[in-house]
Design a protein around this ligand. Structure first.
Ligand code: SAH
Length: 352
């Protein structure tokens, strides 16, 4: 029995499955989910994220958090939250980089939101010098009025999307069904939806109630307590349409239904939509800006220079190539966007 059989059984019992349900099962099914069963990062894994490319990424995000903490008036207690911390690399680099900020480590209470037991144990190992508490969702963060600073890199793109297609007969939802051999295939069922953008026939529109809920929860919390949240993801800064669901295995794109639970599944994050969702709350919103512009404003160029001074020639080449991957126009620099939600900061959070 594998995840494909579990999904085929569910479809037999309950009928066609939404893309969102499928994505959720494929990624975090307790027994067979992609993240639940492995550490997917790095050369030998399936994909590489910014903190795995270079320590500079986590260090600069640490500096971002420390600067926000200063602008929040150096609260003597705050929650330092990370969503989907992967191997714990980003947080490890961020904490090393902020050791010298007087009072920051004493004030922070670390909270990690993570669905995968395999990755939780990696995080535990990586952050063994610190007191770490895992929580299941942002809802579980102590509601005691203390400010929070939250980081989420490549977390939103793993939260499920639903897909709708505009057809001759109006909107239909894209779903997973099974063919005669019990193999999962895409299909559509009629859907009654409103508030989807007008598109040409045959076009796909994605929505993500869970991403919206996550952003709404943060925005609502920021109306009640001070804090800052930094969201970084593969995304668009316009109201995009089209099918952006993608599966990646061993650094190659693969068919979404071919390696269920064995390939990473993501879709692009519609930051303009999330900006609108957050915008009904009385909080500060910055971005989306490109990752390139954000990291440059935080001084990644200077950071790379300093690292290169202490490095061998070979290491200096690696630092240079990491800098290009993180900020290059055809690499992560433009594809990735950064948005911050905050309240109570004396000035604009850095990077915007
Ligand atoms: N931020 C890390 C890892 C990104 S991969 C980095 O930049 O390297 C996505 C992370 O989110 C993984 O840690 C994964 O296990 C976690 N994740 C995915 N879906 C989740 C969910 N629904 N709830 C909690 N964590 C989730």
């Amino acid at each position: 029995m594998g995840l494909q059989d579990v999904i085929a059984d569910m479809i037999r019992e309950n009928g066609p499955m939404s893309v969102a349900t499928f994505m959720n099962l494929a990624l975090v099914h307790p027994e067979y989910g992609y993240y639940t069963t492995r550490d997917p990062f790095g050369e030998e894994g399936d994909f590489t994220t910014a903190p795995e490319i270079s320590q500079m990424f986590g260090e600069l995000l640490g500096a971002w958090a420390a600067d926000c903490w200063l602008k929040l008036g150096e609260p003597d207690r705050f929650y330092f939250v990370e969503c989907g911390p992967g191997r714990g690399t980003l947080m490890g680099d961020a904490l090393r980089a902020t050791k010298a900020v007087p009072g920051f480590h004493q004030a922070m209470r670390l909270r990690l939101i993570e669905a995968s037991l395999v990755l939780k144990s990696k995080q535990q190992e990586q952050l063994s010098d610190y007191d770490v508490v895992w929580i299941n969702s942002f809802h579980d963060l102590e509601d005691d009025g203390a400010p929070f600073i939250l980081l989420a890199n490549e977390f939103l793109d793993a939260l499920p999307v639903r897909q709708y297609v505009f057809t001759d007969k109006g909107w239909a939802e894209r779903v997973i069904m099974t063919d005669n051999d019990e193999k999962p295939v895409f299909g559509t069922v009629p859907a009654s939806v409103d508030s989807l953008p007008a598109v040409a026939k045959g076009e796909i529109v994605e929505t993500s109630p869970l991403r919206e809920m996550f952003v709404r929860d943060i925005a609502e919390a920021l109306e009640r307590r001070d804090g800052a949240a930094l969201l970084i993801d593969y995304g668009a800064d316009y109201n995009g349409t089209g099918d952006t669901l993608q599966a990646v295995k061993a650094h190659e794109y693969v068919n979404v239904l071919d390696h269920i639970g064995e390939a990473d599944l993501t879709s692009h994050v519609d930051f303009m939509k999330l900006r609108t969702v957050a915008g009904v709350h009385r909080i500060r919103i910055d971005g989306p800006v490109s990752q390139c512009s954000f990291l440059q404003a935080l001084g990644i160029g200077l950071r790379a220079e300093i690292l290169c001074k202490k490095a061998s020639r070979r290491q200096a080449e690696d630092i240079d190539s990491a800098l290009k991957r993180l900020t290059g126009k055809d690499e992560m620099g433009e594809l990735f966007k950064v948005m911050a939600l905050s309240n109570g900061c004396r000035e604009t959070p850095p990077g915007f």
